[in-house]
Design a protein around this ligand. Structure first.
Ligand SMILES: Cc1cc2nc3c(=O)[nH]c(=O)nc-3n(C[C@H](O)[C@H](O)[C@H](O)COP(=O)(O)O)c2cc1C
Length: 493
């Protein structure tokens, strides 16, 4: 996806602040629904992002940035494309630029976090640690401004002295950034300390670029109208809200907040539709419930160990069933049209023999599964039992299994809904690539063997051996290299 407007306007805007764990896609979409103009993602660390691959997730209609362990680090979608600001944690200009280039076609703006006082951030020279290194700030921001197509911003805290703060922000402005967000607290101050509206005001009166005021939740901002009061008190262009929006994202609604129960239900619907990990969903709902965590609903939420259980706790069990059924159908349709479907066995550079196979249990007798066939065959051949290794990818929770038989690995390229199904698919790849019966209903085992034996007996130069080969004959590596006089593994079936 390509954002058409290259320039996001930061004047007179209501903004959802960056919040670790809170600012994932469901929360951002909800804030937009309730009237936020711009939404920041949670801070994502440059090194982590640089390991990610951009993946178009057709089943969800999202763009995912996926880590090597298949975790989705950043998920976004078309709906927020022109409103989402990507916030990164960085201490290095080149890395920052590489991240900006990775995400720039999918987001509206790029932000650098210079306000996080947490040790995990400052230890790496990121977050608030940057505030004591203006040279580095300048390098990072000017590199980003020159190198990315998106407007660049940063989010800072104030310094111990106003004079130093003003000289820092002037230097920052000269890098050419589009706007600056100011959390009106010092690095060592916590949310219970009062926010300095005066410091934000002094910055706003000094700079020409838009200043985004932040830090007003609780003391200043409890409702929609308070946002404008905070903006006036700080003379800022725009206001960025964190905690008040985390507690109830309908704070952005002009008409006043919606009941929490309704807001949470809407949040859960987005979470299910966009396959948000249930631990993240649960965390955000706990932030909204706050004092009500001890209520019956709070207890159910606390006990929930899956998205389904969360939905059930909020009376959304039927919605969960229906939505996951639709998603599964979409995934199945996408898999069905995969070009891999038509491919025969292939051995890739990993040495694993792969085929695009799905185990359809209706096509097999319940008494004879492919796994059983393979085990039986291994026993007859006095081979070690097949060993199955299965992984689940967090992206869509699907499973893939690799089976090892006689030191050769076999795998289906199609991912499955359960470990059992994935193992059966791997077993089929193994059996089919050797031309062995796999327990399919109506399978004619004897003729399979007969054809196979005939093919082996034939002179390779004989044109009849050029007939379409059995899958197993395409396989480059048989289970075992047969010494002359040894029984063929195909015998006995
Ligand atoms: C749960 C949580 C996570 C936060 N994560 C981030 C973050 O990722 N990046 C950032 O710049 N600030 C982060 N902050 C700070 C907020 O963006 C904001 O500066 C601070 O909460 C003050 O604004 P408020 O008074 O509206 O809450 C976080 C705050 C909270 C409560």
């Amino acid at each position: 996806m390509i954002v058409n407007s290259l320039s996001l306007c930061y004047h007179n805007k209501l903004i959802l602040a960056p919040m670790v764990r809170v600012g994932t896609l469901p929360m951002r979409l909800l804030a937009l629904d309730y009237g936020a103009d711009i939404v920041y993602c949670e801070e994502l660390i440059d090194l982590k992002m640089l390991q990610c691959k951009r993946v178009v997730n057709e089943a969800l209609s999202t763009v995912d940035f996926v880590a090597p362990d298949d975790r989705v680090v950043f998920r976004t979608c078309e709906r927020e494309q022109s409103k989402v600001v990507f916030q990164m944690g960085t201490s290095d200009a080149e890395r920052a630029l590489a991240v900006a280039r990775l995400v720039e076609n999918d987001v509206a703006g790029i932000d650098v976090n210079m306000g996080c006082p947490k040790e995990y951030s400052t230890k790496g020279g990121m977050g608030a640690a940057l505030l004591s290194d203006p040279d580095k700030i300048e390098k990072i921001l000017s590199t980003l401004v020159k190198g990315t197509r998106r407007p660049v911003t940063c989010k800072i805290r104030i310094l111990p002295s106003l004079e130093d703060t003003l000289s820092l922000v002037k230097r920052i402005e000269r890098t050419g950034i589009a706007a600056i967000a100011v959390h009106g607290r010092k690095r060592e101050e916590r949310p219970q300390h009062p926010v300095s509206c005066e410091a934000i005001k002094a910055i706003a009166e000094t700079l020409s670029i838009p200043v985004i005021a932040n830090g007003g939740s609780h003391d200043h901002i409890q409702g929609y109208l308070d946002i404008e009061d905070f903006r006036r008190a700080t003379a800022a262009s725009s206001v960025m809200v964190a905690r008040a929006a985390m507690w109830n994202p309908s704070i952005f609604l002009k008409e006043g907040p919606r009941p929490l129960e309704e807001v949470m239900q809407k949040y859960i619907r987005y979470a299910v539709q966009y396959d948000n990990h249930y631990t993240n969903t649960k965390y955000c709902l706990c932030q909204m419930l706050r004092e009500q965590l001890e209520s019956p609903q709070g207890r159910l939420l606390h006990a929930a160990q899956s998205s389904q259980e969360i939905c059930e706790a909020f009376g959304l069990g039927a919605f969960y069933e229906e939505t996951t059924r639709e998603l599964d159908a979409r995934r199945a349709k996408l898999l069905a049209r995969s070009p891999e479907e038509a491919e025969g066995p292939a051995e890739d550079t990993s040495g694993i023999i792969k085929m695009a196979i799905k185990f359809d249990r209706r096509a097999y007798s319940p008494q004879i599964t492919p796994k059983m066939c393979l085990l039986e065959w291994c026993r007859r051949e006095k081979l070690a039992q097949p060993v199955y290794e299965t992984v689940q990818r967090p992206l869509d929770r699907l499973f893939c299994s690799v089976v090892t038989v006689a030191e050769q690995k076999y795998q289906s390229t199609l991912w499955d809904k359960s470990k059992k199904l994935a193992e059966q698919a791997a077993a089929i790849v193994c059996l089919r690539s050797q031309g062995l019966p796999e327990g399919r209903l109506g399978e004619e085992s004897p003729s399979l063997h007969k054809r196979k034996r005939e093919a082996l007996d034939q002179d390779p130069g004989d044109p009849r051996t050029q007939e379409p080969a059995m899958p197993g004959e395409l396989c480059k590596k048989p289970f075992v290299a047969l010494a002359s006089g040894q029984e063929s593994p195909l015998e006995g079936w």
